[in-house]
Write a protein that binds this ligand. Sequence first.
Ligand SMILES: [Ca+2]
Ligand SMILES: [Ca+2]
Length: 239
Amino acid sequence: MSAFLDKLKTDQDTQIMTVCVAFFLIAFPAYFAVASSIKDVGVLGGEVGTYEAMVNETVVEVGSIELSIGDGDSADASFNTDAVKDQLSGKHVAIARLVFTWQETNEDTQIGAGAECDEVSADYDLSGATHNESSDTGSESWTENGNCANEVSHTIEFKMIDNYSSNNTTYENMTEQEVMSKYGNMDLGRGSFMTTVSVTADKGSSPVFGENDDPGEDVTVTLELVVISVTIEKSESDT
Ligand SMILES: [Ca+2]
Ligand SMILES: [Ca+2]
């Protein structure tokens, strides 16, 4: 050892070699510590692997509007998700639903004539909202059998996220960020949703007194959003 120390004091090659050894002894543990921390915090897109995504859905009602619509007429309802901005903060909107409900409230029935449920149709316009639907506009119409003594309800559902599924899903060979991107971004499902609702009053009639009188119907339109929190965990079998 003393021979090595003597050489260290005098021989330049020994000095350089000693410095190099010392450098690697210090640098390698530091390198491995940094490399493992990069993996942990998910820099560079995160670690590729198998992940399970779990979805927790809650329903947020944006608003509800009752429209009184005359026979053969139509009326507009418009909703803006700003009304529930706080409840959407930091969340994904997976689905938007326009729900239309009505019952027969005002048909004046003649003796021997039953009431008939009215027909409702709706045009929708999503051009004011951020979404992944292929079409901004469209329409639906509903003809009911019976007299609608009890309320009837119909829903038009719009997916805000492509291929959305509320099931827990396993994703292979992806980073955590790539898995999260499957749930779109937090701009989707925001903005204004509009619908124009039309009513055709169907009327019962009696052979003696003729057709019932029915001036139209009240239709309630509700916009609700399915809001999700997504939790992503590394699959047990992949650790
Ligand atoms: Ca009717
Ligand atoms: Ca009616």
